[in-house]
Design a protein around this ligand. Structure first.
Ligand code: CMP
Length: 139
């Protein structure tokens, strides 16, 4: 089925001018970027977005990292977009990521891992709505 997923190009990637290189991998995989904007998240926004991880030991560092510079938030659309984008991203830890994936080619560490993608349909819908109005998504 045609799905939409939510993506973030993280501060480590925007800092190194990798937005276009990451978008090229996304598009080469057949995913369409149907919404995109560059923002600087507030601390409250990052804490709320990653609220599911609030009890984890890496939570404070993760929030600090995500507000350390601009990010690019995106909506990606395509056949099986949620699983497909997870394949394109590669494993959370770049040390475990497969060849040719975004994280293998670009990520610096498990924290500075260049991209985020939704893990399921329910979270995708919530994450998209967190950053985009319906009118900003043009399929
Ligand atoms: P992301 O897909 O954005 O979801 C949560 C993020 O926490 C994850 O990518 C990593 O960037 C970050 N993170 C930092 N440390 C860890 C860790 N030890 N395990 C999992 N995620 C981590």
């Amino acid at each position: 089925a045609i799905e939409r997923t939510f993506s973030i190009i993280k501060p480590d990637a925007t800092r190194r001018n990798l937005t276009g290189a990451i978008n090229a991998k996304i598009e080469a995989a057949g995913l369409r970027i149907v919404a995109q904007k560059r923002i600087h998240m507030s601390k409250a926004q990052a804490e709320s977005f990653y609220g599911v991880h609030s009890a984890r030991p890496f939570f404070n560092d993760l929030v600090s990292f995500m507000i350390s510079g601009p990010v690019v938030v995106q909506v990606l659309e395509g056949e099986g977009a949620i699983a497909k984008y997870r394949d394109v991203m590669g494993a959370t830890n770049p040390a475990n990521a497969a060849a040719g994936t975004i994280r293998k080619d670009f990520a610096e560490s498990i924290e500075a891992n260049s991209v985020h993608g939704s893990d399921a349909a329910e979270t995708a819908a919530v994450e998209i709505a967190y950053f985009f109005a319906g009118t900003e998504i043009v399929g």
